[in-house]
Design a protein around this ligand. Structure first.
Ligand code: FPP
Length: 237
């Protein structure tokens, strides 16, 4: 086994907030709130370690089907997040990008995320990508639609459409592929997250619930990644 460098791009499915709340006999909204606290530590650590990109799944296109009260709590938390964290993120040179369908979000949330993106767009530190109203299949369908429209307008020939051209139309345009995908709470599913970008990702499924995922647990996942042999379809050298 050879020791590798840190991942350039880490993606996280922050799973287990609901179970954490239940375990502590609290309302689910408090689980999500605790999840935001855990997130704060992981973002800071990613920045300090010099990781290039961190992509987190905050709200999927499927999450709209949850209880009205939970959806409202999550939307409220998002709004709160962009007003309470933005100063520190900006000071730490973090560049925020939202992945997902912004048009499908309530106006307040849409405005808050646009402001956060605009304010941090020139920052050169950690690229923090927050997936909100995001679905991997919808992202691919959207990219196909954009390319088809370009072809109809004569801006691109169908035979020029290849993996690179497709990647350029994804929300993650310009970012490296995901190196390490972490999903907490022991669930082992991708749940429609970054389907294209995870083609060669390494996966880690720590049993810990997201609100309990601390810097120590993060280091363990990174250490495990650095000791893995990645082959990208080739043979071990
Ligand atoms: C999964 O836990 C988590 C979510 C659906 C939302 C994750 C959101 C946050 C951590 C907070 C909002 C984010 C930001 C950036 C403000 P679950 O509720 O599915 O857990 P369960 O499977 O135990 O029920």
């Amino acid at each position: 086994m050879s020791e590798r460098a840190l991942p350039r791009h880490v993606a996280i499915i922050m799973d287990g907030n609901g179970r954490w709340a239940k375990k502590h006999k609290l309302q689910v909204a408090l689980g999500h709130r605790k999840g935001v606290e855990a997130l704060r530590g992981i973002i800071r650590e990613s920045s300090d370690l010099g990781i290039e990109a961190l992509t987190i799944y905050a709200f999927s296109t499927e999450n709209w089907s949850r209880d009205k009260a939970e959806v409202e709590a999550l939307m409220g938390l998002l709004l709160e997040y962009f007003s309470s964290e933005i100063d520190e993120l900006d000071q730490n040179n973090v560049c925020i990008r939202i992945l997902g369908d912004k048009e499908g979000l309530p106006q307040k949330q849409r405005e808050a995320i646009l402001r956060a993106e605009e304010r941090t767009e020139k920052n050169t530190g950690l690229k923090l990508n927050i997936a909100i109203n995001y679905g991997g299949r919808a992202e691919l369908a959207r990219a196909a639609r954009v390319l088809a429209e370009k072809a109809v307008r004569g801006e691109i020939r169908p035979e020029e459409i290849n993996e690179q051209r497709l990647a350029q139309e994804l929300y993650t345009q310009g970012l490296p592929d995901v190196d390490l995908m972490i999903r907490t709470s022991g669930e082992m599913r991708l749940s429609n997250f970054l389907l294209y970008q995870c083609a060669y990702a390494e996966f880690d499924f720590p049993a810990v619930l997201w609100p309990d995922f601390d810097v120590k647990a993060y280091h363990e996942a990174l250490e495990a990644y650095m000791h893995r042999e990645r082959r990208f379809g080739g043979r071990v050298s």
